[in-house]
Design a protein around this ligand. Structure first.
Ligand code: GLU
Length: 499
């Protein structure tokens, strides 16, 4: 079957907000979204918050903000509502309990009264014998009538799925094909905890069914419990969705998964795996989307620039790659640069502005537009903008005297060169590349200097720094009056320096 049969899908992104939003979550959300948009189907956001100890409301807000930032919108979800509300699993407790009961009645689940202490003992003994740890089935053997009585008596209990003990189960992953698991290797998983809240395994399967989910696109960390999920669905006699388990993300070195320590180190290098960090580091949502879309998917062997609309048109689940992908941050820089260069200048200026302000600059819009035009080709992140162009918004520059001295020149020679440049520039009606470059090159020649020597002196004089955007375009933005004042100041400084 080919995905592009245009049958509208119903897909969901079902995060458990317990921490910060990782780019892996962004990618899962993106692929689901693309499939929904492409087929004219629906994309659902479902918050899987049944683990109340780990749930964190701030994480949920961060997640929603991050998805909005990426430009991913959902058709049904906690904030927008929909025909299957509520979309927080914690508010669907009774639905899961009812289904758990149904499984017990059908003989596919049972009540378990084992205390945590007993379970710990069983586990220890199994570990001592070097057996795989699993539930030993004590309560599986209780008669249904005895169990029912104990439940009615109010004895603390959980509900476990009664995994068949013999035979095997074959499941189908769209990217990996058929996978067969031996049933005796699958534990009797808890599906409802003693507090009456369902666990992910039951809640997600029930919701996927009730919400009419046709394709489950999720991380490959769910492959080990995939057979359990198929068992649950089959026990109810429901139709299974198409299953797609995405590739894992590995550390940039390709060796293992990212740890917390790796993330801290990355941040020091100006990178992060968290979406809100990428945003504050000055990455564009367009760059991040393009980059993550290609971590595990390709259109062909050469096309690399995609907007969200392009992706909606071109995405194809059958071109997803199940192999683990090492995170490559230089590619992120590459894509970000491409998207920065493809933006209209005024749009880029609007996005750059908060970065200038964040760095403490008071920016005027007209000048910002000129500065943006000049640096658009040269910045990789928005955060580079104040580093590269902050001086445009400074009233004064304070070059280090030694930087003003031209390469292989004395201060006196440098002062003379700067003074001559001043005289020529002063006579120009305006200073820009067209008016100033040629006369400055001639001047360098006349003084027996390389153009770079003279330009170096002028650059430091005018910008206060040894590296800047192209000199004469920079002068055009700074304006003739200020340029001359700064060169004059440089001549003074150079004249008082000792040889
Ligand atoms: N709540 C699960 C998670 O956070 C969702 C897995 C799924 O998509 O089924 O990973």
């Amino acid at each position: 079957m080919n995905q592009n049969t245009n049958k509208p899908v119903r897909v969901r992104f079902a995060p458990s907000p317990t921490g910060r939003t990782h780019l892996g979550s962004g990618r899962t959300a993106l692929y689901n979204y693309l499939l929904a948009r492409q087929t004219g189907g629906q994309f659902i956001l479902r918050i899987e918050d049944t683990d109340r100890k780990r749930y964190n409301a701030e994480s949920e807000q961060e997640l929603i903000d991050s998805l909005h930032w990426l430009g991913i919108q959902w058709d049904e979800g906690p904030d927008v509502g929909g025909p299957h509300a509520p979309y927080h699993q914690s508010q669907r407790k009774d639905i899961y309990l009812q289904h758990a009961k149904q499984l017990v009645e059908m003989g596919h689940a049972y009540y378990c009264f084992c205390t945590p202490e007993r379970l710990a003992r069983v586990r220890q003994e199994q570990q001592k014998r070097k057996d795989p740890t699993h539930y030993d089935g004590t309560c599986r053997r209780l008669s249904p009538s005895e169990s029912a009585l104990r439940v009615d008596d109010g004895e603390s209990h959980v509900v476990r799925f009664k995994t068949p003990q013999d035979g095997s189960i074959t499941v189908n992953d769209r990217l990996r094909g058929e996978i067969t698991f031996e049933n005796h290797n699958i534990d009797d998983y808890i599906i409802v905890k003693s507090d009456g809240l369902a666990l992910y395994h039951l809640a997600a399967m029930v919701d996927d069914h009730l919400m009419g989910i046709t394709h489950v696109i999720r991380g490959s960390e769910w492959l080990p419990t995939f057979p359990l999920h198929a068992h649950i669905i089959r026990a109810f006699g429901w139709q299974e969705p198409d299953w797609i388990h995405l590739s894992l993300f590995l550390k940039p070195s390709g060796k293992g998964k990212m740890s917390k320590r790796d993330s801290a180190q990355l941040m020091k290098d100006g990178f992060s795996i968290y979406l809100t960090d990428l945003r504050s580091l000055g990455y564009l949502p367009e760059g991040v989307l393009n980059w993550t879309a290609l971590m595990g998917w390709s259109y062909d062997d050469h096309t690399e620039f995609f907007t969200l609309e392009d992706l909606v048109e071109k995405f194809n689940i059958d071109r997803l790659n199940p192999s683990p992908a090492a995170i490559n941050f230089s590619k992120l820089d590459h894509f970000n640069g491409l998207h920065i260069r493809s933006l209209p200048v005024s749009d880029l200026a609007d996005r750059i502005k908060p970065f200038f302000q964040g760095a403490g600059y008071d920016v005027e819009d007209d000048k910002l537009l000129m500065v943006t035009t000049l640096i658009q080709k040269r910045i990789v992140t928005l955060d580079d903008a104040p580093k590269m162009g902050g001086f445009f918004f400074e009233d004064e520059v304070h070059p280090k005297p030694e930087d003003l001295v031209g390469k292989k020149m004395t201060p006196a020679e440098s002062a003379t060169a700067a003074q001559r440049a001043y005289q020529i520039l002063e006579d120009l009606p305006v200073i820009n590349q067209e008016t100033a470059e040629e006369p400055m090159r001639s001047l360098a020649e006349e003084l027996g200097l390389k153009a770079g020597q003279l330009f170096g002196i002028l650059r430091v004089a005018v910008t206060g720094r040894t590296v800047s955007p192209p000199l004469f375009e920079t002068m055009a933005i700074i304006g003739k009056e200020t340029v001359l004042a700064r060169i004059h100041q440089a001549v003074e400084t150079l004249s008082t320096m000792e040889e």
